[in-house]
Write a protein that binds this ligand. Structure first.
Ligand SMILES: Cc1cc2nc3c(=O)[nH]c(=O)nc-3n(C[C@H](O)[C@H](O)[C@H](O)COP(=O)(O)O)c2cc1C
Length: 363
């Protein structure tokens, strides 16, 4: 049987009424050391009643130095739980969405200004902080990161697990480990950023070791039936960099450790990346990993045409479809997709009179 956009999916204990996911998108809107604000409540609250089955909160830093910008969301302190719980509690009202959170550490790409302030590197003393990478090899144009030794790797690993416990207190249904876009864990995977010659570097096995170690600890700390997935960059789009074949090997190893899904983004490790961007441009990465590693995948990237999003599922190239910018542009994307594809979905009781077609949908 083929899957379609408005078919339900059960993943672990998670029952999703359709295949639409709001992709994690940084809001750069914390005002007080990583705490969630009214912006986050309004933004995620709106998306939680958008008809998407699952909303994944933005990259949320497990340590203060793991923020991309000073305004990024954090989960390194117990005081972060309250603001996050407020969002999840709202989303869990009837006809709301399941809520995920992306646990992140920006590594050697941390400490920059928010995009609308130029996105330039911020130095210690100038609003920024010391940054960390897999190696002391900088992202071109940025300062040299500190290479963690055994003790520091242990501290960072513990920070991930502590963050997970806070996410559990806040009530999240799902955790996504951020291993993409050149950030800390991705910097271990990619040969473009991992130049270590100890057990945490070298060949593919050594480069996968630290991200797998983090995954293993999270899996052990998160209830076994609760969904734990990983977002990866399926390729660096650079010759000599991480490839989709490497992604298949990594996805197989993750699956063996109890990973529920892999989300296939790409790039971010090098400014030399050459990407042919277009509708569905990352879908082949999802298709290959799903086929060859036998794991559920989320496809993402310019999938805002509902017919294309549906076809990706029908062709068996992904299990879920994440929409990013399309959701910011049109938070009712799922309703429009439902009309286009003649699917069925639930809308909040408060909104059911908004359009004649909505009255026909089961509530
Ligand atoms: C404003 C914005 C913020 C983003 N922040 C994150 C993030 O926190 N974590 C992440 O993995 N990807 C992030 N992304 C990437 C998106 O999740 C998504 O993969 C990308 O936008 C491609 O999908 P789209 O074509 O549907 O927008 C961000 C994208 C945008 C536009």
């Amino acid at each position: 049987m083929t899957d379609r956009l408005f078919d339900p999916l059960t993943l672990g204990a998670l029952e999703l009424p359709n295949r639409i996911v709001v992709s994690p998108m940084a809001q750069y809107s914390s005002e007080d050391d990583g705490k969630a604000t009214d912006w986050h409540l309004m933004h995620y609250g709106n998306l939680a009643v958008s008809g998407a089955a699952l909303v994944i909160l933005e990259a949320t830093a497990v340590l203060p130095e793991g923020r991309v910008s000073p305004r990024c969301l954090g989960i390194w302190d117990d005081t972060h739980v309250e603001g996050l719980k407020r969002i999840v509690d709202f989303a869990h009202r009837p006809n709301g969405a399941k809520m995920g959170i992306q646990l992140a550490h920006a590594g050697r790409k941390a400490s920059v200004a928010p995009p609308w302030q130029g996105g330039d590197a911020l130095l210690p003393g100038g609003g920024g902080w010391d940054i960390w990478g897999a190696s002391d090899y900088p992202y071109p144009g940025r300062v040299t990161p500190i290479m963690p030794g055994e003790e520091e790797l242990e501290t960072i690993a513990k920070a991930y697990v502590d963050a997970l416990r806070r996410a559990e207190q806040a009530g999240f249904d799902l955790i996504e480990l951020h291993c993409a876009h050149g950030y800390f864990l991705n910097s271990f995977l990619s040969p473009l950023s991992n130049t270590r010659n100890d057990a945490w570097g070298g060949g593919l096995e050594g480069r996968m070791r630290y991200p797998l170690e983090i995954f293993r600890r999270l899996r052990a700390a998160w209830p076994q039936d609760r969904v734990l997935g990983v977002r990866i960059s399926g390729t660096d789009w650079v010759e000599g960099g991480w490839t989709v074949e490497d992604s298949v090997v990594f996805a197989r190893a993750l699956k063996a450790e109890g990973c529920d899904y892999v989300a296939l983004s790409s790039g971010g490790s090098s400014p030399d990346q050459k990407i042919s961007v277009g509708p569905g441009y990352q879908v082949p990465l999802s298709a290959q990993v799903r086929r060859e590693a036998g794991i559920a995948t989320i496809a993402v990237g310019m999938l805002s045409d509902p017919k294309l999003a549906n076809e990706v599922l029908v062709r068996g190239e992904a299990d879920l479809i994440a929409i990013g910018r399309g959701m910011l542009f049109n938070p009712r994307w799922a309703w429009h997709a439902c009309q286009t594809l003649e699917g069925t979905m639930r809308v909040p009781d408060q909104y059911f009179r908004c359009h004649p077609s909505m009255r026909n949908l089961p509530r």
